[in-house]
Design a binder for this molecule. Structure first.
Ligand code: MRU
Length: 333
């Protein structure tokens, strides 16, 4: 079934052989769609974060392969260029591997498969919302980064759970960590929740512990870039710290992700490659430098939350609880 992309809010659309991406670098101030007519433009868009968020990266890469086929480029070269864009989100590799299995790999079949990956991701997010909404306690839920419609084919994972609760008439409030350095929370989560009429307040990343200590937060929900077989979860830098303070305050910490984010080939989080991004994201706010010239910085884009800190992993196939080594495997049987 073709979803109504306006209704579910999607950061991408395929139109007459062109992939259009909502430029997430410019939100919330500008809603500009970037047109990708060849696979290299898609690879650039992923690398430069025009499109970001693990499932959305996977969907965009799938369309990139379809574009490469239309250009009559050798598909192994197309896939190699797309694979080299961002290392942590496993959905990228999952989608490229799935595109690689299409036989015969004609432009028509590859286009059909890319559309299927996109639309199935939306369906998965809606199912995640249905499974997850009953788990959220009343009150205020904290989220980190953006695991919403913008980060997926549409609808969202962590924010999909919030959306489903909202659609069911629950009066939940959201606190969005601003999420330094790229500000996905301040710019993107705030933008999409506001657009959807869901109450949201933005805080800087160092305010969460204080608000938890005051009883102003009842739960935490985040997305994931890669979940190891034992449930260790890579997500946006800062997520691990949030999980630690949630445990200290006895708050449930939930992860919401489609099964395409679960990497059963790695036993634990130590095997997850953490992307290190350009230091300029740390030294600058927009065009303005905020650090002394020449100072050394670090910019790991993700961290790994150990499985012991996670109350449940919510997927389209159901809710996994500890011990994850068994419950995650069960989602695939
Ligand atoms: O660097 P980003 O913006 O691609 O990182 C995104 C995240 O960490 C998200 O939380 C994750 O991909 C889940 S998106 C549903």
């Amino acid at each position: 079934m073709t979803p109504d992309l306006e209704k579910v809010l999607s950061p991408m659309r395929w139109h007459d052989g062109v992939l259009e991406l909502l430029d997430q670098r410019l939100l919330p101030h500008e809603e500009t769609w970037v047109q990708c007519r060849d696979y290299r433009a898609v690879a650039r868009a992923i690398k430069e974060m025009v499109v970001r968020g693990a499932p959305a990266i996977g969907c965009a890469a799938a369309y990139g392969v379809a574009l490469g086929a239309r250009q009559k480029e050798p598909l192994d070269k197309v896939v190699a260029v797309l694979r080299a864009t961002r290392p942590t989100a496993v959905n990228l590799f999952w989608a490229l591997d799935r595109m690689g299995r299409v036989q015969p790999p004609t432009p028509e079949r590859l286009e059909k498969e890319a559309l299927a990956i996109h639309y199935e991701d939306i369906a998965a997010c809606i199912a995640i919302g249905q499974h997850g909404a009953p788990l959220l306690p009343d009150g205020t839920v904290l989220t980190h980064c953006n695991a919403g419609a913008l980060a997926t084919g549409g609808y969202g994972t962590a924010l999909g759970v919030v959306r489903a609760a909202h659609e069911a008439g629950r009066k939940l409030k959201v606190i969005a960590d601003e999420t330094r350095p790229f500000l996905q929370g301040a710019r993107l989560t705030a933008w999409e929740l506001q657009k959807s009429g869901i109450e949201v307040s933005v805080i800087t990343d160092n305010m969460a512990a204080h608000l938890m200590s005051k009883g102003e937060i009842q739960s935490v929900i985040v997305g994931a870039d890669r979940i190891a077989a034992n449930g260790d979860t890579a997500n946006k830098i800062g997520t691990y710290g949030v999980a630690l303070i949630a445990r200290e305050h006895k708050l449930p910490f939930f992860v919401a992700a489609p099964r395409s984010t679960i990497d059963r080939s790695i036993p634990d989080g130590a095997h997850i490659v953490i992307e290190e991004r350009d230091g300029r994201e740390v030294t600058h706010l927009g065009e303005r430098a905020i650090t002394p010239d020449g100072v050394s910085v670090r910019n790991p884009a993700f961290d790994v939350t150990p499985n012991v800190l996670i109350a449940a992993i919510i997927t389209e196939a159901g809710v996994a609880r500890p011990p994850y080594i068994d419950s995650l495997a069960g989602l695939f049987s």
